[in-house]
Design a protein around this ligand. Structure first.
Ligand SMILES: Nc1ncnc2c1ncn2[C@@H]1O[C@H](COP(=O)(O)OP(=O)(O)OP(=O)(O)O)[C@@H](O)[C@H]1O
Ligand SMILES: [Mg+2]
Length: 258
């Protein structure tokens, strides 16, 4: 693999129309489910100021900023620049679909096209935005944009103030039916990525069809990995006791109906 391909820009303007769409995310233009999920854009444009921006979280893929825009509070997940980490390097057309921004956008686009971007399994998404120069400067007041190597690309979501508690686990488990039906492998289902009963981080999610999506990963996740949530509070007082499991990994009783 040549150095040129390894260092290729994977978050340039051409992601619009690849996995982002210029359509505003509003009820009137609901997309139909297709094999190429494209996230619709946030209805607010680059001229609106970000009021009272506050840093509420950071991770490997970006920072989460809580800000008020036109009177409403939103979480802006601002993505870091991304290059293929290796050791396996994908050709450009595949690599562009594997960035954390692409993973999160495609998963939300699939939910949207299925009418399931409703804040039940995952924090509701309001679309993507690209920060204008003034908005990027406002961001610079609360976070070091150079240190975090931040791009201008943002996925806008609802804010969930409440932490996840042991009593949320049955609902979290039952709600995995939603991404399963949508052919999404969330991959990063950790306590840190949950607030209340909702997942807030889809930047590792694989949405079929994707270069790294495989039936094996899909079945492993839903047949096994999802049960790991019942370990989150192990050893903590009032931890949730998981219901008994069949040897084939099915629960004998469903914790909650959908
Ligand atoms: N919608 C939200 N409501 C409340 N808190 C949030 C929200 N989104 C993100 N956070 C907080 O910000 C943190 C970082 O956000 P996020 O997990 O999306 O970043 P990341 O870079 O993808 O993280 P990771 O290192 O797990 O890949 C979360 O762990 C969570 O605590
Ligand atoms: Mg995270």
């Amino acid at each position: 693999m040549s150095k040129r391909l390894r260092d290729a820009e994977l978050m340039g303007e051409d992601i619009i129309d690849t996995y982002l769409s210029e359509e505003p995310l509003c009820e009137s233009n609901h997309p139909t489910e297709s094999d190429e999920p494209k996230l619709r854009r946030f209805v607010v444009d680059g001229r609106e100021s970000l009021q009272r921006p506050r840093l509420i979280g950071k991770g490997l893929h970006g920072v989460a900023i809580l800000a008020t825009i036109k009177g409403d509070e939103y979480v802006l997940k601002v993505f870091k620049h991304w290059k293929q980490p290796g050791p396996v390097y994908y050709r450009y057309d595949d690599a562009i679909l594997l960035s954390p921004l692409a993973c999160e956008s495609r998963a939300y686009a699939r939910l949207d096209s299925r009418n399931e971007n409703d804040g039940i399994w995952a924090a509701q998404c309001y679309g993507w935005m690209r920060l204008s120069d003034p908005q990027f400067q406002e961001l610079g007041n609360v976070v070091d944009v150079n240190k975090h190597d931040l791009s201008r690309w943002v996925v806008v979501k609802e804010y969930i103030p409440s932490p996840t508690l042991p009593c949320d686990l049955p609902e979290i488990f039952a709600n995995f039916e939603i991404p399963k039906r949508a052919r999404i492998v969330p991959r990063d289902a950790r306590l840190d990525n949950y607030r209340g009963s909702k997942i807030v981080d889809l930047s590792s999610a694989l949405t079929e069809p994707s270069p790294r999506w495989t039936k094996f990963k899909f079945e492993l996740f839903y047949g096994n990995t999802t049960f790991g949530i019942f370990q989150w509070f192990k050893g903590v007082e009032h931890a949730y006791e998981p219901p008994p499991r069949h040897r084939d990994n099915h629960l004998l009783t469903r914790p909650l109906p959908l």
